[in-house]
Ligand binder design. Structure first.
Ligand code: TMP
Length: 308
């Protein structure tokens, strides 16, 4: 990136910048990698955010859509109401000036209202399928290869999102054309009635500021013996024992996804999609590796081949 040389001056002297990638502390990263490698793939798990992390931020010059953003309820009045909420609350979500407690209340309010509108507006599962097929959403290049590699090694992947689980899973179905036994989506999950109409959401709402509180619930339903329901691990001891974590996110708040897991080593990988100049220093301080310019998953794939 042309930005890299001018930013290098403000970085920690150890920070390594190659085009499109910054590593805060290469020696520390090597140490973590060696520790993870020697403990073996059986101790590794991946925790990944969805929007803007597994998916591209730009698609042919157009902003990629999110699981919320792509949804067309088939009822323009309700689509417009949700859009109005987005226009009101999204600037609050990204404002640096609102204290965290206040912002948490605002985010709860936003998620509650949006979920309420989805129910009131009579969202159907068919509308979700149609919305995904008409959406502008794409996985980063290399995501499928990454999932395939991790599946072969028996490494579980927890996709953790404040978006909508049913939509994310439909995106997986339509865009990946195959399913992965090792992937579990933890996000806001819908309940449909027998006619396919949304009637409720399951469990506690996950919004952008409480992703960390859900870290343990998230681990709960993951089976560690893929494909063999008789050997599933209902109390999760096996997943909890996977103490080496590879975390993928595109916001600093995504680091909270591993809170509550007693990890021994964590390699945190950040995708910095926007505001590169103002945010790079913060991202480099927070993540072990930062990918700039909406890059591919190639670097992460290479990393896991070194680890597992
Ligand atoms: P995440 O995918 O990073 O976990 O966050 C979900 C995003 O969804 C968050 O940035 C705000 C956005 N969002 C919408 O676009 N529309 C909505 O109605 C709601 C509640 C959230």
């Amino acid at each position: 990136s042309s930005l890299a040389p001018c930013l290098r001056g403000s970085m920690n002297p150890k920070t390594m910048m190659a085009p499109g990638v910054a590593v805060r502390d290469p020696e520390l990263l090597e140490k973590k990698k060696a520790a993870i490698r020697s403990a073996g793939p059986v101790n590794v798990q991946v925790i990944a955010d969805f929007d803007g992390t597994l998916t591209k931020y730009w698609i042919n010059g157009i902003r990629g859509q999110t699981s919320h953003g792509l949804l067309q309820q088939g009822n323009q009045v309700y689509d417009a109401k949700r859009q109005a909420l987005y226009e009101y609350y999204h600037p609050l979500e990204i404002s640096p000036d609102i204290p965290i407690e206040e912002k948490t209340k605002l985010m709860e309010e936003w998620w509650e209202k949006t979920h309420g509108l989805l129910i009131e507006g009579g969202l159907t599962y068919d509308a979700i399928k149609r919305s995904v097929s008409e959406s502008t959403i794409a996985f980063r290049d290399g995501v499928v290869e990454l999932f395939e590699f991790l599946e072969k090694r028996g490494v579980p992947v927890l996709v953790f999102s404040a978006g909508l689980a049913d939509i994310i899973e439909e995106v997986f179905r339509q865009k990946l054309h195959r399913s992965f036994e090792n992937i579990k989506v933890v996000s806001n999950r819908m309940v449909f009635d027998e006619t396919g109409r949304l009637i409720a959401f399951k469990g506690k709402t996950i919004h952008v500021l409480n992703k960390n509180e859900h870290a343990l619930d998230m681990a709960a339903p993951v089976h560690d013996n893929f494909g063999d329901p008789n050997e599933s691990d209902p109390d999760n001891s096996l997943v909890k024992k996977r103490t080496n974590v590879l975390l993928l996110g595109d916001h600093i708040g995504d680091l909270g996804m591993s809170d509550g897991l007693n990890y021994e080593n964590r390699v945190a990988i950040g995708f910095l999609n926007t505001n590169t100049e103002t945010s790079l220093q913060n991202y480099v301080d927070a993540f072990d590796i930062v990918y700039l310019n909406d890059g591919s998953m190639g670097g992460v794939l290479e990393l896991v081949t070194q680890l597992c």
